[in-house]
Ligand binder design. Structure first.
Ligand SMILES: Cc1cc2nc3c(=O)[nH]c(=O)nc-3n(C[C@H](O)[C@H](O)[C@H](O)COP(=O)(O)OP(=O)(O)OC[C@H]3O[C@@H](n4cnc5c(N)ncnc54)[C@H](O)[C@@H]3O)c2cc1C
Length: 349
């Protein structure tokens, strides 16, 4: 679910920052323990590195699943959370985290959503995913006008001469999609092969043969513009260069991780990670926990299964912040009648 910006704070026991595999499992564990939670992720899809970096690769080291692709793992984790229907706010990056006078936490996203939580679990992996930008001095002036790193609205490209740069799934899929609105589409890639699904590669090859789009082999070396209006793009090739007339440039070179605002939240960091105490995966700031790749401690292994364990212990301590007067009684899931009912109900729904 992508939530709209909202000014009223959303109240919850635990705010989970990051909807990668660890954040998703944490949402399930929060439900099992009896904590309400809200999940926030800066990008528009859940799944973190599994979905953004290696969706179709097999994973072999998830207990009791001899082999599944990263995408299947994320689908299963989303399915596992369903009994608790944890609200997921995708496309919202948490920018600020502050302690209120009553000890609770207030966190705010870049799009104006505010959360109030008794505890925070940071499962932010390597940080936020941001697009790999074009490294040209003239690029900054054009960004948002004639140079884009995503396609918020297809209509913005209607009737335009569009150049799509990149050779992965996003570049190929958008080049194919843009044919329906653009005056002309040219795909530019540095190699004569693509790192995308076979079906997309085949569709692109057929579209080029049918002259529904052009393909140019080479690298973008310069942008010629009048103010913020793009006029042409210089493409460097092995034996020279060509100039392509273009009004819009869509660069899809993939995503890179950027720790983002986390380092400014007053938490002790070690080598760009959050230092935690391994008895509860609590950070140096009481009430803020970290699990998964963002957490560090001696002999830390950046594995999905380590993150599951860390999140599970962190939430057990977080319970005491949410319900200081209650004693939580541990029940194995196999004996948890409330959990069983919810799982059955979510399967029947
Ligand atoms: C190619 C590859 C293969 C791998 N193979 C395996 C394997 O076989 N087995 C294994 O166990 N591990 C494997 N890993 C490692 C595994 O993917 C990571 O350990 C795992 O993804 C960590 O999960 P996470 O939930 O901690 O973080 P991530 O998956 O990185 O997710 C973090 C999420 O937090 C979000 N986020 C960050 N900052 C903010 C913010 N301020 N506000 C909102 N959202 C934010 C990000 O957008 C991201 O979606 C592999 C990794 C790679 C790259």
């Amino acid at each position: 679910m992508t939530s709209p910006a909202n000014t009223a704070p959303i109240i919850t026991d635990v705010l989970i920052i990051g909807a990668g595999p660890v954040g998703l499992f944490a949402a399930f564990e929060a439900g099992v323990i009896g904590l309400s939670c809200q999940i926030v992720d800066g990008i528009e899809r859940a799944g973190g590195q599994c979905i953004e970096l290696y969706p179709d690769k097999p994973i072999y080291d998830i207990p009791a699943i001899p082999m599944c692709t990263a995408r299947e793992l994320v689908d299963r984790l989303v399915e596992q959370c369903k009994p608790f229907s944890p609200p997921m706010h995708l496309g919202h990056r948490i920018e600020t985290v502050e302690r209120r006078d009553d000890g609770k936490w207030r966190a705010r996203t870049d799009k104006g959503l505010t959360f109030e939580a008794t505890a925070i679990l940071i499962s932010a992996g390597n940080g936020s995913f941001v697009p790999q930008r074009l490294q040209l001095p003239e690029a900054a002036l054009l960004e948002g006008h004639a140079l884009h790193y995503s396609v918020p609205r297809l209509a913005d490209f209607a009737g335009k001469k569009v150049v799509v740069a990149g050779g992965g799934d996003s570049a190929l899929d958008w080049a194919l999609e843009l044919r329906s609105v653009a005056q002309h589409v040219t795909l530019v890639h540095r190699r004569n092969g693509f790192s995308a699904a076979d079906s997309s590669v085949e569709k692109v090859r057929r579209a080029i043969e049918a002259r529904e789009m052009d393909f140019v082999l080479g690298m973008i070396a310069g942008l010629n513009a009048q103010g913020s209006a793009l006029e042409s793009i210089e493409i460097r090739q092995i034996d020279g260069s060509v100039s392509l007339a273009a009004d819009q440039l869509l660069v899809l070179y993939g995503l890179v991780s950027d720790l983002g605002p986390i380092a400014g939240w007053g938490i002790d960091m070690l080598g760009g990670r959050i230092a935690v105490d391994t008895s509860s995966y609590e950070s140096s700031v009481p009430g803020i926990f970290a699990a998964g790749d963002i957490a560090t401690y001696p002999n830390k292994q950046k594995l999905i299964l380590s993150g599951f364990h860390e999140a599970s212990l962190a939430l057990r301590k977080a319970y005491h912040y949410a319900y200081p007067d209650k004693k939580r009684v541990h029940i194995h899931s196999s004996y948890d009648a409330r959990l069983a009912e919810r799982v059955v109900a979510s399967h029947e729904a």
